[in-house]
Design a protein around this ligand. Structure first.
Ligand code: SF4
Ligand code: SF4
Length: 138
């Protein structure tokens, strides 16, 4: 038996093309229907909060600030907690959430894992308070 039983195989492999992917030098597309980085369309959102209710890891938060025009609503999606289940997108009545094919989410700052967007929700005009009828003493 040869002292180097794998020498022949090693020599052959030297002249074969590598089986490994050359990522990231050669970009690789995600498979169809891959659920990757969330894209949020603040212009479509109505702030109903349905996405928050269906998100099991509590990765979505809604911040509401009172402003002159109504409410300034900010939706935040923490991709560090997200499991990419896609429920938020499935349940959103306005199609404001999309799970894209983007899978590369390497960051050095955890804040870079937050996808967010804000919009102003106008509140309906306040109804005038009905005046109490005063009864005159007769
Ligand atoms: S994909 Fe799933 S886990 Fe991620 S934010 Fe949406 S509902 Fe939550
Ligand atoms: S993203 Fe969709 S489900 Fe979530 S609050 Fe906005 S409209 Fe509602």
């Amino acid at each position: 038996m040869s002292k180097f039983p794998f020498a022949g195989e090693a020599l052959k492999s030297l002249f074969k093309a590598p089986l490994t992917e050359k990522y990231p030098l050669t970009p690789k597309e995600a498979p169809e229907k891959y659920r990757g980085k969330i894209k949020f369309d603040a212009n479509a959102c109505i702030g109903c909060g349905l996405c928050i209710r269906v998100c099991s890891p509590n990765a979505i938060t809604k911040l509401v600030d009172a402003v002159e025009e109504g409410q300034n609503i900010t939706m935040k999606f923490d991709l560090g907690s997200c499991t990419f289940c896609g429920y938020c997108a499935d349940f959103c009545p306005k199609n404001a959430i999309e799970l894209t094919q983007e899978y590369s989410m390497v960051v050095t700052d955890k804040n870079d894992m937050i996808v967010s967007g804000s919009f102003i929700k106008k509140l309906p005009p306040k109804k005038p308070v009905p005046q109490k009828k005063t009864t005159e003493n007769k």
